[in-house]
Design a protein around this ligand. Sequence first.
Ligand code: ASN
Length: 678
Amino acid sequence: MVFSTAPPTKVLKKLQYVQNSAARLLTGTRSREHITPVLRELHWLPIKHRINYKIILITYKALNSLAPPYLADFLHQYFTVSQVSGLLDCNTATNARLSKTVSVSPPGLKPEPNAFVKELREMNIFHDAKYAKKKGYDLKDNTLVLSYSKNDQRVVYTLLEYDPLLDSSNMTTKDWEKIGKDIEKNYERYDGFVILHGTDTMAYTSSALSFMCDHLGKPVILTGSQVPIYDLWNDGRDNLLGALLLAGLFDIPEVCLYFRNKLYRGNRVTKVDAGSFDGFASPNLPPLAKMDVDVTVYWDRLWRDKTYTKFCVSTELNCNVGLLRLFPGITTETVRSFLQRPIVGVVLETYGAGNAPDNRPDLLAALKEATDRGVIIINTTQCLKGTVSKIYATGEVLYEAGLLPGRDMTPEAVLTKLSHVLAIEGLDLQTKKMMMVENLRGEMSADLGAKRNLSDSRFIQVITKSLSISCKKELEAIRDALGPPLACAAAKIGDVEALESIREMGSILSLGDFDGRTPLHVAASEGHLKVVQYLLEHGSTIHGRDRHGDTPLSNAVLFRRKDIVRLLRKAGAHLSREQLAVSGTELCSLAAHGDLDGLQIWHVAGADLNTPGYDGQTALSVVSTGVLLRSLSALILYCMSWHFKTVRSIMSRLIISIFFVYGEWVNLTIVSAWPLVL
Ligand SMILES: NC(=O)C[C@H](N)C(=O)O
């Protein structure tokens, strides 16, 4: 997690003056007259450095012996109310930071370990301590609650800080693997993931993760900042807040990058500005979402997995790949030595629409030699925007040399895709080449093909006629408003054809109705296996929650649709942490009623039969207690029968008790053995 930026040198001088003067004040007289010149200098600094945390803290320490009202006035100019109270409190953390800060002389910014979560706790927007307390949340140190709520739902988030924290320039593929593994490890416990990352190499990481995450069904959002979040004037706070809200409240099953109010697909971005809050661009794909006055998610732009397979992360990456940028006069020796073994994959950045000199047979021969040896070379453009094509003869020659077209992929995307594809075991070269030109995660613009016109839809024709509408915008608005409830209605009656027509008119089948219930929720509840299959094949969001927090899987469990539970599990659905937390009590109640079918469904859905209920009992102990009680009653009956001599022979008395005990034994065996026979 890194939030840093280096200030320009002119400002550094001023910064140093203020720091030094403030530091001198620490040891000398601390009267108002001595401090005023420092403050004046402070005011002349550009705002972003004036409010530099270090300066404020040093000056604060210098001011510490002054009268509190003066001190508070000063602090309020630069800090929020909660930060001031944190400072005045001068707790151990603040003291630790103060002493550390004073000893730092040149402000070369570095990631600061173990500071972030404490800082977030002090910012009201990032942690609503009162709410957490009121709700009785047992929040561990690194778990916080956002103060923003939607339908009384809060985003609760847990922070995992890496050790060591790295400037992103120091990151390697090993760090991508670590992030990927952590996502995989925690996948079922969280609804989304936010990765705080330095901006310098963030586009590489987001591209790599997009390829490493197979069948992703939840948001993974990378974000960072150009100015440290510890500074008052920074972009870290907005970026982090936006990323948390999007990851927590929206079902966007992609690896994305969030920066300056926009959510981009992770493998379409590139860093374009080192000195602006608008640091990233996605030249060939518009944003997936915008956080403005309203949050707008462009659902139709999302990349959806069309297969139903469980999420997994492939962490293997081939590091023998490289980027080579052509320039006029590049020597054949340079190209040749670059293409030497062990290199197996190369991104060749060519001119314009994918062109290279066609009057350099030596250079083209060097490329051809490499591709003949099995090196995969992908042709990409040096331009920020646009795609490679074969329109020029200077482009055509590259394909004759065995290069593959990188279309409009960013160099970051091609490099990480090569690294991923080349590491997959058991694939021949031809398949790997095929994968490189295929769209794996929306990293290239899709062929638009013959896109159906909205007005071609029969349904839309009827609506336009009856409402006398002709304008495209109005048609789209009608489609977007009617699409989700219509799709839910079709799912309810199990009508796959109707769903197909709704999809053809451009509606997104993953969207929910007024209660947040998607067609998948409805089909799962109603038990329409074919509809569930169809929806999964068309990229329906499997983890979507309705207003009550229910998912398609929990609905299928509730309505006892065992075949649908199985199918959803195959597609990667799982019970949420909250559902698992109450599963113990539910299982005990089913066990107490001898409801084998109910227990089976929960087991298929992934519940652990050993989960304790509210009173600490498990389903198994409930059954055993039942056996004990019934065995006892059997014994009592046996004795009674002996006593009252109602049953004369010992034989018949034995039969009665065996009947009781045997009956229980059969039950008990089924309950404890059924997981084996499922
Ligand atoms: N502000 C930043 O994020 C730049 C920093 N050097 C990094 O990428 O880690």
